[in-house]
Each structure stands twice: as structure tokens, then as C-alpha cells.
Design a protein around this ligand. Structure first.
Ligand SMILES: Cc1cc2nc3c(=O)[nH]c(=O)nc-3n(C[C@H](O)[C@H](O)[C@H](O)COP(=O)(O)OP(=O)(O)OC[C@H]3O[C@@H](n4cnc5c(N)ncnc54)[C@H](O)[C@@H]3O)c2cc1C
Length: 407
């Protein structure tokens, strides 16, 4: 029996678990370690922050989800991996051995990198931040709102698209859902009572998709008089301003940011990352330096942008690579990435975006419809009630058919 250990039970980790668990007890002993007791389903966090949805809907309890299928769950933080000795050190002082290691620890949202964030900044990227933001939004009586992404950096060891902001999708949800809430629930007038400005560190907003999503998002921004400011790298958030590295400032009564994404520290400390700590893999999701380590999701250097959809594609590849290694008769899917997300815009408004503009450039669509809102609702609910599983094949096939019709 091979000892397989996985670090991280987020989007990628839970998907890999669903693909390899049939071998538990016959070919593998599987142990999953996560620093959290509840996995966080981040795509539904904007509903917590702008609609007051209960946080419980964005959580998947891990202990029973994992032990119920015969694996071992350890609620602890990994502090070091000795990839030469095949051992893992935990914060509690315990050490584990492995034959195969799967790394899926996601990316760190580095709020501390922005001066003044802890005092004056807001975000939507985790359970604490989303609930804090909902309190602020409920009490907001109008004024200037500034929304944007901080700049992130990435290494050069693998060939991945270079992006200044690895996850700008939530910015779309923040600006439209906040506008909807303030207009419809608080009866404030956009522009007269509140004004939303958006900044991006890049030369292009939503640099991971092509002209069609730009046109659709741009049209709604124009309708709502949301102004866009490009090439703005945030350096400081104050009580009533946001400052940028070009020396400019914008007045702000409410500043909401997606912070820089950095790699988990233990990856850098353990020599498992590239120059910035993100895991270098080949396209079968095998570590470039260690044959018995596989990785998937936001912590990998190939994951650009850092999206749940990409974590799922990579998770499927990493699982197949491990299964093949263990002697299973399985084909490893190609590392064929695309952007797929459904941007909630408040009420029954949503836009489905599917684009491989960064990669093969065969698809670039934006479908604005209540159907997209219904799909997002179905997806988030399925993910929650099935404890992190992806929707069934027929639902994925239906989505693919819809996308073909829209192409
Ligand atoms: C607000 C928001 C909205 C989003 N909306 C969408 C969307 O609509 N569609 C979409 O496709 N993507 C969306 N994303 C992106 C998506 O959530 C991420 O890409 C996805 O969660 C990445 O999956 P992952 O498994 O790599 O990492 P995660 O889901 O972050 O999971 C990593 C896990 O590893 C654990 N871990 C980390 N370090 C350690 C350690 N040292 N020891 C033990 N455990 C550790 C963490 O506790 C965590 O449970 C959104 C992101 C945000 C912030």
C-alpha cells in the first residue's frame, strides 16, 4: 500500500480526492492535511459581502467529508516538507512520511503587503473579510468607493501567461453587486449619492480575457458611470484615500481590494517553489524536480490566472498522473486551460464568461442573462451540498453545449 499525502483540501484538493479515493484501502493510504476545519468555497463570498448570505453556505466541513470515504484527515498546518527524505513537518510538532505527495495549498492573500489595509481596507477573499465587508456595506450611507486589485508577481521557471493581477473576476462582482445593493436596497442614487471607481495594476482591465468580455463589462461600467483607472499599483490605503506608486491618490470612503497573491511560505522554505515560491510543474502537474510530487491549483506556477476552474482542470490532470503512476489504466488529460466564470452582478443579473484568449484563442464569449445567474446559483449550491464535488457530467455537458451555441 502506497502512502499518499495531500496538503490542502480546497478546490483542487477536494477534486483530486474525488478522483483518487476509489483506490483507498486497495492501493493507497490517503492522508489529507488542511490548516482549516472547513474548506472555503470562495466563489460564493461576494454574496456574503453584498447580500448578507450566511457564511455557512460557503463552507464544507472537512473531517467527516474525508474520513467518511476512508481517508485520514489532519487538521494542522504544514510548516516544512523535506522532499529528499519524503517527510512533512506539522505545526503541532508531528512528522509524516509519504511515498507520493500532492501539493494543493492555494495562494496566500497577502493583505499585510498593503500599508493601511488592516485599519482602513476591505476585501472579499476570505470568510473574515467578507463578513466584515457586509457590516460596512450595510452601514454605508453613500460617498466614494474605490475598488481594485493589487499587483502580484510571478516567476519565470515555467511558461505561463504573465499577469499583473492573477484574479480580477471578483472585482467585477464587487463593483456590480455593491452598486446593485446600494441602488435597490438602500435606494441611493449612483453618481449623486455614491460613485464607484475601479483601478487595475495592468494596462488592461481583465487582462486574462479578450475583446468580447471587455466590451460587455465595459458597457455595464459605462451605464453605471463606473470609471476605470489603469496602471495603478496600490501602495497605501488611508481613512479617506488610496495612494498609488505613481504618486497619485484617489479620495475614498470605502476601499475594497483584492490583495497581492503570494505563495505559501512553507513552499519557499522547503525549496519546492520557483523564485517566488509558486510550484514549478510540467503539464502533467508533476513537480519539475521531484518525480513523486504532484501539484494543482493556485499554488502552481502554471496556474495563471488563479481560478477555481483552472484548479479543477489541473486537479484532474494531477489525479490522472498519480493514478497512472500507481498502475491504473488512465489517460492523462491535456493541460488545456480556459477562463470560465459566472460574474454575479446583483439581483438576477449575471454574465457567463468563457475565454481561452490567453492560450489557444478559439473562444471568447460573454453571455449576459438570468440563465447565467441561474447557472451560478445551481453551481454554488451543488458545490456546497455535495461537499465540494463538481456538478455531474450532464450539467457540465449542458454548459458545454450552451457555450457552443453562443460561439
Ligand atoms: C472572492 C473570490 C471569488 C472567486 N470566484 C471564483 C469563481 O467564481 N470562479 C472560479 O473559477 N474561481 C473563483 N475564485 C478563485 C478560486 O476560489 C481559487 O482559484 C481556488 O479556490 C483555488 O483552489 P486551490 O485548491 O488551489 O486553493 P484553495 O481553494 O485556496 O485551497 C487551499 C487549501 O490549502 C490549505 N492550506 C494552505 N496552506 C496550508 C498549510 N501550510 N498547511 C495546511 N493546509 C494549508 C488552505 O487552508 C485551503 O483549504 C474566486 C476567488 C476569490 C478570492
Amino acid at each position: 500500500m502506497k502512502k499518499v499525502v495531500m496538503i490542502g483540501a480546497g478546490f483542487a484538493g477536494l477534486h483530486i480526492f474525488s478522483k483518487i479515493r476509489y483506490l483507498i484501502g486497495s492501493k493507497i493510504e490517503l492522508t489529507i492535511i488542511d490548516a482549516r476545519e472547513y474548506s472555503l468555497l470562495k466563489p460564493s463570498l461576494p454574496e456574503v459581502a453584498f447580500d448578507g448570505a450566511p457564511i455557512s453556505h460557503s463552507l464544507v466541513e472537512l473531517e467527516h467529508t474525508i474520513t467518511g470515504k476512508g481517508a485520514v484527515f489532519i487538521h494542522d498546518k504544514v510548516t516544512h516538507v523535506d522532499a529528499k527524505a519524503n517527510t512533512i513537518s506539522l505545526k503541532s510538532g508531528k512528522t509524516l512520511e509519504y511515498d507520493y505527495l500532492i501539493l494543493a495549498p492555494g495562494a496566500v492573500k497577502n493583505y499585510d503587503a498593503i500599508e493601511g489595509f488592516s485599519e482602513f481596507g476591505y476585501s472579499v477573499c476570505d470568510d473574515t473579510q467578507a463578513q466584515k465587508l457586509w457590516k460596512k456595506v450595510r452601514a454605508f450611507e453613500g460617498g466614494k468607493v474605490v475598488v481594485g486589485s493589487a499587483k502580484s508577481v510571478q516567476g519565470n521557471r515555467v511558461d505561463a501567461p504573465k499577469l499583473t493581477a492573477p484574479c480580477e473576476g471578483p472585482i467585477g462582482e464587487i463593483m456590480f453587486m455593491l452598486g446593485y445593493y446600494l441602488r435597490e436596497e438602500k435606494h441611493l442614487k449612483q453618481v449623486e449619492d455614491f460613485k464607484i471607481d475601479v483601478f487595475t495594476p495592468g494596462a488592461i482591465f481583465f487582462e486574462d480575457v479578450g475583446p468580447k468580455p471587455h466590451e460587455v463589462v465595459g458597457r455595464f461600467m459605462k451605464e453605471q458611470a463606473i470609471d476605470l483607472h489603469i496602471n495603478k499599483v496600490v501602495t497605501k490605503i488611508g481613512k479617506d484615500f488610496v495612494a498609488f506608486d505613481d504618486g497619485t491618490q484617489m479620495p475614498s470612503d470605502l476601499t475594497i481590494v483584492i490583495p497581492p497573491y503570494t505563495a505559501p511560505k512553507f513552499l519557499l522554505d522547503s525549496g519546492l517553489g520557483d523564485e517566488f515560491g509558486f510550484i514549478p510543474t510540467d503539464t502533467t502537474m508533476r513537480h519539475l524536480d521531484y518525480f513523486n510530487i504532484f501539484a494543482a491549483g493556485d499554488s502552481t506556477a502554471l496556474s495563471q490566472p488563479k481560478l477555481g476552474h483552472i484548479a479543477i482542470i489541473q486537479g484532474g490532470i494531477a489525479a490522472a498522473s498519480l493514478l497512472k503512476e500507481l498502475g491504473e489504466d488512465i489517460a492523462i488529460p491535456p493541460h488545456k486551460l480556459s477562463i470560465f466564470c459566472i460574474m454575479n452582478m446583483g439581483g438576477d443579473e449575471a454574465t457567463l464568461i468563457e475565454s481561452d484568449y490567453l492560450y489557444d484563442n478559439t473562444t471568447d464569449i460573454a453571455f449576459h442573462s438570468p440563465i447565467a445567474r441561474m447557472m451560478k446559483w445551481g453551481f454554488d449550491n451543488y458545490l456546497h451540498f455535495s461537499r465540494g464535488n463538481m456538478p455531474p457530467e450532464f450539467a457540465m455537458n449542458m454548459t458545454e453545449k450552451l457555450i457552443k451555441l453562443l460561439k
